[in-house]
Design a protein around this ligand. Sequence first.
Ligand code: PXL
Length: 446
Amino acid sequence: MTHGRILAVHDISCVGRCSLTVALPIISSVGIECSVLPTAVLSTHTGGFQGFTYRDLTSDVVPIQDHWRSLGLTFDAFYTGFLGSFEQIDLVKDLIDNLSNEKTTVYVDPVMADNGKLYTIFDESFPKGMRTLCEKADVLMPNLTELCFMLGLEYRPGPYTWEYIESIFKEAEVFGLKKIVITGVSFDSDTVGAVFKDYETGATGQVMRPVIEGYYHGTGDVFGSALVGALENKLSLEDSVRVAVDFTVEAIKRTFYSGADVRYGVDFELGIADYVKHVGDLRKSLRFEQVREPGQIARVSDLAATIWPEAYSFLDHGLIEYMVRTFQSYGPISDYVAKGFVYYIVVCGTEDAGYIGYNMEKDRMFLSKMYISKDHRGEGLFTKVLAKLKSDCRDAGVNAIYLTVNRENTAAIGAYKHLGFKTIDRVDSPIGEGFEMNDYIMELRF
Ligand code: PXL
């Protein structure tokens, strides 16, 4: 799989692990090509050392953008963080407008405040400007202070209730986002973490970890970069938030236990190997997604159109075409789902690997469909699918699965036998247009 090219738009604070010195290594480590647009060069970040130098690169943004445009360059994602002025905010908005393509994702971390206070270099009007950039975001990752300031709400320190967080998710609808992840949220005095909402699916959740005392610089950027890396690897929002929280918390713990000077940021480097493994494992993990929405039905019919000709190469082409149209296309699948058949898409990592469909009868499951695409054969998926089916049977108080299989389909018959199915009967049934199915009935009791 080829990954997209992301543009990270932040300052470079030369010392003190934050912004670009954090985004580049973390995002690159999970296989994402990370280009950079430094908006300023500082000797250190502004949050703890005595003084800092600041070379503003605002006047470079337009020439850089113009050069990229002359090359016909676009970016598949933007990740913006600390921006020093209103002018920079406006330039970054133009940059997004001018260098996006139709699948570009915009990640915005509106870095400007924490714990109820604006960073000292910003004045009261800054959140208004940042809000206009957030309106361009697909994925917003503020802390609660930043979000409250942009929404004109009073910031209250935690702990919070879930109802309060829900009300904040609702307020944030004004940004027109696809996803939001809010950091620094606590529901009790012992834990802190992130809450998230996917506005497209309605899914919400929280990832909480024990509080570690102290204030750690740059953790917002460590978290944001790890989140962007995971999401750009097409992990689900929930998995991405969990991976990013764990990566950040481990870095804080390492820093805390080593007694290091926290002004230099957190020790994330030693966690990169685990982060890469975590993202890699999740990319390969198996999920069963129950089909309920039109978009999911369309994915099943796409899978059928690919898998059927692969699986039934021994059948007449006309028959395959007829079977897919009559039983495995959008309309018939919707009808089956409406009749109470359960369909799952078998999602392997980030890819749709196959699908299954069954009807739970009184004392047996009728397994109507179990198809895995050629690309995912040999990965032991059938055994895992069967484990899922047995678990659904047990939930329904049922201890047998039966299915029909074409008598010429020796490969499938062999596979079912291997899984423990036995042939219990044979049937010949006309299915219209002069076609006939010549099947065995096979059953598994457990
Ligand atoms: O995202 C944190 C950050 C980034 N860049 C600069 C900063 C800070 C936080 O203080 O000062 C320059």
